[in-house]
Design a protein around this ligand. Sequence first.
Ligand code: GLV
Ligand code: MN
Ligand code: MN
Length: 423
Amino acid sequence: MTTNMLNPDAGAHILQWADLLARHSEPPWDARGELTATYLTHAHLATAGDLAQWMRDSGFDSVTTDAVGNVVGVYRAARPDAPVLMTGSHYDTVRNAGKYDGRLGILVPIACVAALARAGRRLSFDIELVAFAEEEGQRFRATFLGSGALTGDFDPQWLDQQDAHGLTMRDAMRAAGLPGEMAAIGALRRDPSRYLGFVEVHIEQGPVLVERAVPLGVVTSINAGARYVCEAGGRAEHAGTTPMGMRRDALLAAAEISLFVEQRASLAPGLVGTVGQMEVPGGSINVVPGACRFTLDLRAPTNAQRDALVTDVLAGAREIAARRQISLECNESMRVAAAPSDPAWQARWERAVAAIGQPVFRLNSGAGHDAMKLHTIMPQAMLFVRGGNRGISHNPLEIISAEDATLAVQAFTALLDDLDVNG
Ligand code: GLV
Ligand code: MN
Ligand code: MN
């Protein structure tokens, strides 16, 4: 298929689809016109419903929802028992999110398959598009849940985790019509011998491409990461009568720890550390904080750098807590290895970008992606698409242009052409 067989308005259509998905948002963000669709909420299920419908309308041969809520569309090869190219990205969002993080990597392949189906063309491989149900780790402390289920990394203990309202993941699954049982979830594990590899299209979520005035970027590697949920324990007491030197303030310990995270992560380029959540459970204006819950998100280009960052941050946090007579417990909620792109698949993206007349620009990914999970069982490589507004993401100001979305569809089509031995 040549790119001129594609709908020239494919990018505009993708932006319209993203706008339609963004109508599905959960309370209280929906009332403010903000997008939040966390795992298995009504907004999330409505999003899955639209994606499944659009996959069917676009000519996928089978569209199913699996035991963790992934929407899986298959466009069959010319012959049975062909190998499979897997692609996809996530449809859950952070709170008050942008419209393209994750979703772009679902909508671009739908547009490509729609063009193949319109042309009546079958390839030498199946295309398996997975709209991953969960990647962001928002409602439960389970990150990469959708892709993790496909790689055998779904932790059975996650089913007993409770959301902020005390509902377990198992019950949330059952309320959504999913089995909520490990037997069904374990069966989702893919056999890598059937797969050619995994490719993921994603908005860059950073400023590099827009600053270089380059629409597409070929990813060389995805940074390693680790997350912790921490609880600091001090002594709740009277804010008016307790002298400053006699307090055991849990919030101040957490605040000092977050400054230490900033300092340690600033020591080398490429390291990042974030305390994204901090709360004083049951706190009052006139009570010294007796407890503080906070999170750590630590990332680095290599596993060794990530490990050194984690070790130093946890040691520094313990030292700060001990000096302030604060108890501290930090539990790891996610650890994911760096994922260097497979050289052959990275080269395929490079050829695809060159084939559509765009400059080949390589960059690494600071953000985490489902490709990191698939990386553990099959070769993978990603394509980034330029964002506007200085590349801002995890923010409603996240934007892409219709022209760049069209280029992403063209590059994906060129990659399919390159891979197709029938063509
Ligand atoms: C996913 O968006 C992440 O990198 O946190
Ligand atoms: Mn994200
Ligand atoms: Mn994402």
